[in-house]
Each structure stands twice: as structure tokens, then as C-alpha cells.
Design a protein around this ligand. Structure first.
Ligand code: NAP
Ligand code: F7E
Length: 373
């Protein structure tokens, strides 16, 4: 029987967790790389731990030897290189670390495969990004659009893209890049704009936060659902030839539109007033009568802290090639459904966090009074 063994770097991240579920369901043996941390950060894959075909190993994208040893031990048939310092704004504060992991890390994976003489049997998927288009030279963007990276993150990812292409041509390896546009979910990191908005909308609707501060509200993104996008990563490696693909929905929205819809699903209707740094989101009406006091209040404001030294403001992907050659459906989950899924999840999360915190407060009081011993 054909061996189906996947090694996923970045398994603890948003995409790594969905991809693990996807590959396990397809009968793969899945191995993931984890890093030692002083706190438990494995919540996205906690439900998979203990699954017979799911294995975790310590390694690091900055440590060649750990990667060489692991690839030799696991003998993967497919590697999904998802590990990265993936936050664009953070890449301005930690550019060298970002380059080491996001650029040289890709080279380390390729060399680990060559060192173990697996170049003819192991396919490699590289998590590339629409950030390569950066200061965009055309809209929408497709596989032929020139790159113009516009952040330390994008410059590092550009190296990753080209080294994958180089090894494909120089050594005839089956290695490909998925040029993925923004994809979000209820598992998205909490400092990316979509999740920051859905969590804040849920907290404001439940009286746990007063105001949400954002940066550039005019920024345009092509937002898809992460769960749909991991299927494409797999399809890229099943294609008859190693090629690069744009993965996007083909639909574009502003940060402001995302916020308006997210607050709507949290039961709060907004209107916008002012421009630039002075723009505000003001409550027009609420569904829940207990939130009547919010009407007329400012619940979204702009802060310079969330502006970037250079910002990518017009990303819009053309997924025609993926649709035609991989048979992938870019519209499985619509923008409206994505926002609804995320807000519904965060409404429940905020409510559950509240119950847990009340229980913790009560427990402290009961312990103090000797009611609980
Ligand atoms: P994410 O949630 O930030 O996950 C990043 C993963 O990389 C985490 O598992 C993280 O591990 C791991 N990692 C970071 N540094 C590492 C190191 N030195 N050694 C080993 N692992 C390391 O990112 P994501 O949203 O799932 O994205 C997955 C990949 O796709 C990334 O490469 C990202 O740049 C790229 N991408 C994402 C999008 C998007 O919209 N989501 C779009 C285009 C491309 P810890 O948990 O230990 O930190
Ligand atoms: O920003 C603007 C911000 O941080 C989106 C990563 O997964 O996708 C992601 O990178 C836009 C930017 O994602 C805030 O200026 C406004 O224009 O959610 P983001 P990103 O930078 O697009 C790409 C494809 C990747 O490859 C990356 O790994 O929203 N924005 N106000 C804000 N952004 C944040 N984070 N926070 C704000 O308050």
C-alpha cells in the first residue's frame, strides 16, 4: 500500500491545525513540529493529541540539525512548510528573526530533504503569500502578476518562494508554493485584524469592552475561510506537475466592511463618521435591549499604533488557475458566512470566559471563607 506520511511545520498554528484534521481524515500518518514554550500554546491541536496517527516532535525552523534528524526519522512523503513568524506588523519589530524563520527556514527544509536523499520521493508545499504582491502592480493579482514585497515579512517570504522554484528547477524536486490570500477562522490569532474585530464585537456586545481601536480601515483584503484553503494545499501536491497557485476567493472587502458586518452579527448596527485618524464607528441601534445604553456611543476608533511603516492596501486574488486545474471551489464559504462563523464562535467564547471568571472569583471567595476546602 502507498505510504501517506505528512510532516507539517507550524502544526500548532491556524492552518496547521485544520490541515492535520484534513490529512488524518484522508488516512495520512501526520507528524508535526512543536517548540518548547513556557506556557501551553497547543490549544488548536489539543483535540488531536492521542489520535493514533498523529505524532508531535520537538524541532525548530532555526535549527538545521533538528530538521535533518526529524526528516530522516519520519521519512515523509509530503512536507507542508507552514511554520513562520506570520505577523506582518511584528516583522517590522523583529526583521532578523522573521528572515531566519520565513526565508532561511525554507532552505533548511529543502536541504533536510536532500541530505536524507528524499528528493525523488518527498513532495514539499511552501506556504507563500499574497503579501509578495505588496505595493500592487495590478488588480486582481494572479500567478503572472509581478511581486513588489512591502514589509520585512514579505521580503523574507519572497526568498522562500524563489528558493522553492530554484530547487524545483535545479534538482527536479516536486516543490511548490501556494500563494495564499488572507484566510481566517475562529482559530485565527487574536492580533490579526479579523479576529481582533470579532472578539471585540463579542466583548462589546456583552459589556466586557468599551471600544475597539484599529489602524487603516480602508485597507482592502480578499478574505477566505482557512478550513477551505487547507484542501487546496493538499490539491497542489496531488497535481500532476509541481506548480505554483494563487488561492483566493476573488472577492474584496475593506476592514471597515468587515467590522460593520461583525458588529451586525453581534447585534450592534454601526454608522461611520469622520475620516482617517478621526474616523469613528458609532452605534445606531442594538438588538438586545440590555445594550440600549450603547446607542450613540463610539465603539470603534482609529489609533496610529496600528498603522504600519508601509502597508499593503489592495489585495484581490484571481483564483482561476486553481479553479480550472485543481477543481477547487473558491466560494465554498462566502465572506458573509465567514464573518458569521467567527462572530458566533466568539460570542460563545466571551460568554464562557465570563462564566469561568465568575466561577474563579466565587471559588477564591469560597476558599477564603472555608466553604470550599
Ligand atoms: P500562525 O497561526 O501564525 O502559525 C504559525 C506557525 O508557525 C505556528 O505553529 C508557530 O509555532 C510556527 N513557528 C513559528 N516560528 C517557528 C519556528 N522557529 N520553528 C518552528 N515553528 C515555528 O500562521 P497561519 O495563519 O496558520 O499561517 C500558516 C502559514 O501560512 C504561515 O507560513 C503564514 O506566513 C502563511 N500564510 C498565512 C496566511 C493567512 O492568511 N493565514 C496567508 C498567506 C500565507 P508556535 O505555535 O510555536 O508559535
Ligand atoms: O492585517 C489592517 C492592516 O494583520 C490586514 C497574515 O496572515 O495575511 C496576513 O497578513 C489589514 C492590514 O493581516 C488593524 O494594516 C487595520 O492592511 O489581519 P492583518 P495581513 O497583514 O494582511 C497575509 C496574506 C499573510 O501572509 C500574513 O501571514 O488590516 N489593519 N487595523 C489592522 N491589522 C491588524 N493586525 N490590527 C489592526 O488593528
Amino acid at each position: 500500500m502507498e505510504r501517506k506520511v505528512a510532516l507539517i511545520t507550524g502544526v500548532t498554528g491556524q492552518d496547521g491545525s485544520y490541515l492535520s484534521e484534513f490529512l488524518l481524515a484522508k488516512g495520512y500518518e501526520v507528524h508535526g513540529i512543536i517548540r518548547r514554550s513556557s506556557v501551553d500554546y497547543r490549544e488548536r491541536i489539543a483535540h488531536l493529541e492521542g489520535t493514533p496517527n498523529f505524532h508531535l516532535h520537538y524541532a525548530d525552523m532555526g535549527d538545521s540539525m533538528s530538521l535533518v534528524k526529524l526528516v530522516g526519522k519520519v521519512q515523509p512523503t509530503e512536507i507542508y512548510n507552514l511554520a513562520a513568524q506570520s505577523h506582518v506588523q511584528v516583522s517590522f519589530d523583529a526583521p532578523e528573526f522573521t528572515a531566519d524563520v520565513d526565508a532561511v527556514g525554507v532552505l533548511r527544509i529543502l536541504e533536510a530533504v536532500r541530505t536524507n536523499h528524499l528528493e525523488n520521493s518527498c513532495k514539499i508545499y511552501q506556504a507563500s503569500t499574497s503579501e509578495l504582491y505588496g505595493k500592487v502592480e495590478e488588480v486582481p493579482q494572479n500567478e503572472m502578476t509581478p511581486f513588489h514585497p512591502y514589509s520585512p515579512y514579505a521580503v523574507a517570504k519572497l526568498y522562500g518562494f524563489w528558493i522553492i522554484k530554484e530547487y524545483r528547477e535545479a534538482y527536479n524536486m516536486f516543490c511548490c508554493s501556494g500563494i495564499l490570500f488572507n484566510h481566517e477562522s475562529e482559530r485565527r490569532g487574536e492580533t490579526f485584524v479579523t479576529r481582533k474585530i470579532t472578539l471585540a464585537a463579542a466583548r462589546i456586545a456583552q459589556g466586557k469592552q468599551d471600544c475597539l481601536y484599529l489602524g487603516n480601515l480602508d485597507s482592502l483584503r480578499d478574505w477566505g475561510y482557512a478550513k477551505d484553503y487547507v484542501e487546496c494545499m493538499w490539491l497542489i501536491l496531488q497535481h500532476h506537475t509541481p506548480e505554483d497557485f494563487v488561492i483566493a476567493t476573488g472577492v474584496q472587502h475593506t476592514v471597515r466592511e468587515f467590522a460593520t458586518l461583525a458588529f451586525h452579527h453581534a447585534g450592534i448596527e454601526l454608522r461611520w463618521e469622520g475620516e482617517g485618524i478621526n474616523e469613528k464607528g458609532i452605534v445606531v441601534s442594538v438588538t438586545n435591549p440590555t445594550n440600549a445604553h450603547l446607542v450613540g456611543k463610539v465603539v470603534v476608533a482609529v489609533s496610529e499604533a496600528f498603522y504600519r511603516p508601509t502597508d499593503v492596501v489592495n489585495l484581490w486574488g484571481d483564483p482561476t488557475k486553481a479553479k480550472n486545474e485543481l477543481g477547487w471551489n473558491p466560494q465554498t464559504t462566502s465572506f458573509e458566512q465567514l464573518v458569521q462563523i467567527m462572530v458566533q464562535h466568539d460570542m460563545q467564547k466571551v460568554a464562557a470566559d465570563h462564566v469561568a471568571s465568575v466561577m474563579r472569583t466565587n471559588l477564591a471567595e469560597y476558599l477564603e471563607k472555608g466553604i470550599v476546602k
